[in-house]
Design a protein around this ligand. Structure first.
Ligand code: DX5
Ligand code: ZN
Length: 229
């Protein structure tokens, strides 16, 4: 089992000090920056768009993991790819927002980005059947999309296991990213169930402890899991 990646999400960060928050997770060993884009339609809240991505890009060299919780992502992909302008950018679209998923995945690849496909909690794994070979990453929501700080929905763990089994059956080592509800006490279970990337929002950015301590706690939980495999 290779090292599980950690992708901090900034919904509960101090956005008035965004550059500092980005540097803090970078110094603490984050693998990607997970950037949650919400349009007020696909999910009720509105977050931020390409101009904020561009600002973040100027203060970090980490890969950007852009999670598009938006309707009609095909209309916005180019703007996000341009704003990120990096060799490693993951653009994740939700299958629920893509009537022609294979076409959108191809569009992402044509923009020289890694294609991610996201599944909301009620969406079955069969919904990504048509892009299983083409996707670089599958994002499995562990909570209803839209808000940070929620509890992991228990059915997520068997879903991760089923997806990992399906990918292995097809001979695919595609990354599985678990997004939402990851805490120190369930991180190991998520990794053992097959997640190779953990999105970590409120577990990293909270009032209880500094970012570096929170990242260390998460890494320690994962190290214990690896030792037990
Ligand atoms: C929710 C977002 C998540 C969220 C994770 O719609 O996609 O990335 O910010 O936050 P936590 O880790 O607090 O559940
Ligand atoms: Zn997300």
């Amino acid at each position: 089992m290779t090292a599980t990646k950690i992708a901090p999400s900034f919904l509960t960060a101090d956005l008035a000090r965004l550059a500092d928050e980005v540097r803090a997770v970078e110094q603490a060993g984050a693998d990607y920056l997970h950037l949650d884009i919400m349009d007020g339609h696909f999910v009720p809240p509105i977050s931020f768009g390409p101009i904020v991505i561009e600002a973040i890009r100027r203060v970090t060299t980490l890969p950007l993991d852009i999670h598009l919780m938006i309707e009609h992502p095909e209309r916005q992909l180019e703007a996000f790819a341009q704003a990120a302008s990096a060799t490693t950018t993951i653009l994740t679209v939700h299958v629920e927002a893509c009537p022609d998923l294979p076409a959108v995945v191809q569009q992402i690849k044509d923009l020289n980005c890694r294609a991610g496909v996201g599944l909301s909690p009620d969406t079955p794994i069969s919904a990504i059947e048509s892009v299983l070979d083409a996707a670089g990453q599958v994002l499995v929501m562990g909570v209803q999309p839209g808000w940070g700080g929620q509890a992991l929905i228990p059915a997520t763990l068997p879903k991760l296991r089923d997806l990992r089994a399906l990918l292995s059956e097809r001979g695919l080592a595609t990354d599985i990213e678990i997004d939402g509800g990851v805490k120190v006490d369930n991180a190991a279970s998520c990794a053992q169930a097959g997640a190779s990337v953990l999105v970590a929002g409120s577990v990293i950015f909270n009032d209880a402890a500094p970012v570096a301590d929170n990242m260390a706690a998460l890494r320690n939980a994962l190290a214990a899991a690896h030792a037990n495999l």
